[in-house]
Design a protein around this ligand. Structure first.
Ligand code: ATP
Length: 236
């Protein structure tokens, strides 16, 4: 079943055309990766899906319903959660408080407890550090916290913007393992990455974006094996 369908999407910043007629789709249960160089338009697409930017053209449909005219708060409530580039956790608040914020839509205390149990089972290190200020976590742990916070809203679709950025190699591998585990637990993932090799190796399907347009698409394996992708994005 298709969860998200983006058609002919165009997004501008004033006179700058950042996204120029992009179409792609995500099926339930998939990891779909958008790869592309700095400035290709990846972050702009994610922000438009989550309602932070408004497109000038195109449609976004989620389970067949229009999203383009919805507010960001409505979009989260419908089950789309966005982990932004740079993580944006609250450094002066504890790990637990940061997670609590992710569950702001859930008023039922028992449900919130269950969400904590689930997120802590996925990220045991967050349980260990639940009373520490988020600022005291390492970069990799902060990324886990940002992902954990997004999972606290029980998303059907998780949008991840450059989760491996700025992390030490050992944490990069860990983050990609976590993304696979999230998929295996039934959450669909749209993953944006400059680390094309890692992203495509866990993606069911991928799209290559350059200067605001989709240039190629295929399964993760097809794109990894493509000479054009290797030359442009995999340093081969
Ligand atoms: P990055 O990995 O650097 O985030 P990206 O592929 O996500 O790259 P975007 O951030 O979506 O790319 O940027 C797409 C284009 O839009 C770029 O040309 C960028 O300079 C431009 N752009 C992004 N944000 C703004 C903004 N707030 N105002 C003006 N132009 C912007």
């Amino acid at each position: 079943m298709m969860i998200l369908k983006v058609s002919d999407l165009a997004v501008n910043y004033g006179a700058i055309k950042a996204v120029k007629g992009v179409s792609f789709e995500i099926n339930e249960g998939e990891i779909v990766s958008l790869i592309g160089a700095n400035g290709a338009g990846k972050t702009t697409i994610l922000k438009t899906i989550s309602g932070l930017l408004k497109p000038v053209e195109g449609t976004i449909s989620y389970f067949g319903k229009d999203l383009k005219h919805k507010k960001a708060s409505h979009i989260v409530a419908e089950g789309i959660s966005h982990v932004p580039e740079g993580r944006h956790i609250f450094p002066g608040m504890s790990v637990k408080e940061n997670l609590q914020l992710g569950a702001f839509l859930q008023k039922d205390r028992t449900q919130v407890k269950e969400l904590f149990t689930e997120v802590y089972s996925q990220f045991p290190i967050l349980r260990q550090r639940e009373d520490q200020d988020a600022a005291t976590l390492s970069g990799g742990e902060q990324q886990m916290l940002a992902i954990g916070r997004a999972l606290m809203s029980k998303p059907k679709l998780l949008l991840l913007d450059e989760p491996s950025m700025g992390l030490a190699p050992i944490f990069i591998n860990k983050i990609f393992e976590i993304i696979k585990a999230i998929k295996n637990r039934g959450t669909t993932v749209l993953l944006i990455e400059q680390n094309a090799k890692k992203a495509l190796s866990i993606a069911d399907r991928g799209y290559v974006l350059a200067t605001g347009e989709i240039k190629m698409e295929g399964t993760g394996a097809q794109l990894l094996a493509s000479p054009a992708v290797q030359k442009a994005y995999l340093g081969g």
